[in-house]
Design a binder for this molecule. Structure first.
Ligand SMILES: NC(=O)c1ccc[n+]([C@@H]2O[C@H](COP(=O)([O-])OP(=O)(O)OC[C@H]3O[C@@H](n4cnc5c(N)ncnc54)[C@H](OP(=O)(O)O)[C@@H]3O)[C@@H](O)[C@H]2O)c1
Length: 236
């Protein structure tokens, strides 16, 4: 059996990861911050014969992160998918994260959710991942955070948070190498989710199908890479 843990699994890319990973040989731990309202996720879990388990996890709440890690003590996790994230910008008002017009509280919250939280989750679950066969920690990053390929400004909270996340991903690939734990930064494309908006270029199922292929092709000892959903490399 393969075991996958996904954060932010109640909608968008996280929910589609759950849908597409469903298989009789896969156990899915689907985390979301409000399971009572996660109707689509609960319906998948109810029909999964116990293979999809829903957990409450607000990723920026240390006690909720550690209580899921404790509940899963002794469970090995092959793929830990750090998907939950926020844009820190109202999508149709991009000016609110532009120079001269920033809400610093929003910026701090964006750093907390997009950088500190996945790091804390990695600390909490490192033993679970190290005990697995694949030993892979996946992170949803974005092409918008590539410093080398940056072509325009704006979206400072989001871009800076994901650029910091990229540093964390690369750093963890070094720190965790001795334990065999590997890291992978993925760009899902610009996808038609609530975050990406309906103006986006890529449909949710296509993005997830592409990322699943990238993940399954990302074999040990590969670690610390930044890859697009179409399997092309992205420069940090
Ligand atoms: N869509 C794109 O074009 C695109 C492009 C590049 C990267 N990404 C990245 O892909 C990931 C998923 O994005 P998406 O497009 O699916 O976004 P989305 O539609 O806005 O969904 C975000 C998910 O993250 C969860 N979440 C947000 N803050 C959370 C918190 N503090 N604790 C727990 N869960 C939290 C949300 O839960 P609630 O429903 O409870 O709010 C929701 O399930 C993000 O990391 C994003 O940065 C997306």
């Amino acid at each position: 059996m393969t075991t996958v843990l996904i954060t932010g699994a109640n909608r968008g890319l996280g929910l589609e990861f759950v849908r597409q990973y469903q298989d009789k040989n896969v156990i899915i731990h689907a985390c979301c911050r409000n399971p009572d309202a996660a109707n689509e996720l609960n319906a998948l879990a109810d029909n999964s014969g116990g293979l999809i388990k829903v957990h409450r996890m607000e990723v920026s709440d240390p006690s909720q992160v550690s209580s899921v890690a404790d509940a899963l003590k002794g469970v090995s996790i092959d793929r830990l998918i750090n998907n939950a994230g926020i844009l820190g910008t109202i999508i149709d008002q991009p000016g609110n994260s532009a120079f001269g017009n920033l809400d610093y509280n929003v910026w701090e919250e964006t750093m907390r959710v997009n950088v500190l939280s996945p790091f804390r989750i990695c600390e909490a679950f490192v033993e679970h991942v190290a005990a697995s066969d694949e030993k892979l920690m996946v992170f949803l990053s974005t092409h918008m955070a590539s410093i080398t390929e940056l072509a325009d400004g704006g979206f400072y909270p989001y871009r800076s948070s994901k650029a910091a996340l990229n540093l964390v991903i690369k750093g963890l690939s070094i720190d965790l190498k001795d334990r065999g734990v590997r890291t992978l930064a993925l760009h899902p494309g610009w996808v038609k989710t609530d975050m990406g908006s309906q103006a986006a270029a890529v449909d949710i199922p296509d993005s997830i199908a592409g990322m699943k292929d990238v993940i399954s092709g990302f074999k040990a000892p590969r670690t610390g890479e930044f890859i697009n959903y179409d399997n092309s490399p992205i420069q940090w």
